[in-house]
Design a binder for this molecule. Sequence first.
Ligand code: PLP
Length: 308
Amino acid sequence: MADFKIWMNGKLVPQAEAVLPVNTAAVFYATNVFEGLRAYWNAADEELYCFRLHEHFIRFRESMKLMRFTVPYSDVDLYEAVRELLRGNDIREDVHMHCVAYVTGAGLDATSPTGLYINPRRRPRVREGAGLKACVSSWLRTSDNAIPIRLKCGANYQNGRLATLQAKADGYDAPILLNQRGEVAEGTGATFFMVRRGRLVTPPITSDILESITRTTIIEDIGPELLGMDVDVREIDRTELYVADEAFFCGSGYEITPITSIDRFPLGDGNVGAITQRVTRAYMDIVRGVDKRYSEWRTPTYRSLAVK
Ligand SMILES: Cc1ncc(COP(=O)(O)O)c(C=O)c1O
């Protein structure tokens, strides 16, 4: 299967031509900010829907502000860039995309000029059917006053890499990171939810987590509107993990990924929980547009856009 072309600074280019010089801060220090997005093919509608682009672009601009980046693109340009990329590759299947702003200068203080690329790739679901065996990592989430995880910059992901490699070396599938205060933060590229005594619980945005769009979708809509369950947003202690009935990671990339044990303590009966399954179904139906509600969250690729 041929590689998709990449949208880079206004043009669609083959992957081999989407390259950066080694002396740029983007390559050497990973001085970039990015968004991870998904688009879902809906065969009945013959349409490819990008999920919550508006919220991704808001967060993208917040990351750029923190990094003192500027890009010469408005939000309308960004919508059009994503659509041009998907249409230009004639994508009619589910895809994941990285939308990346990077500096072209050298040095730790490089800020501009800033380039932008959007890279589509096939990315299967993290785990179909079975849940993950997670562990509590001995690596802590980086703190807001050190290198804030709210800021979605490439360099931040070294924290998750250390934790993931350790978890795998120790025989687990994925780590859960605690923050510097010892409370639960999140997974490497996903936020964390647990179910305890019939309630959905997730840490607050002051727990050193990314302000996840999927998390907001569950807190504000899937929980209360579709499942009839309010979500408790509060700190979670480590030992609560071990006595949770269910748990899952969520994110644009992870979607809803069940966790069935933590530090080898089985959660509930050790199988994917009923509430996790309901959240998964509700989420997958919304993103693909099988559930026709929340249409403002789905940007079509092939149809013309209503005024934004
Ligand atoms: C560190 C981190 N936390 C959480 C998430 C989930 O965020 P979202 O739901 O906006 O994709 C991601 C994915 O982007 C992430 O990289």
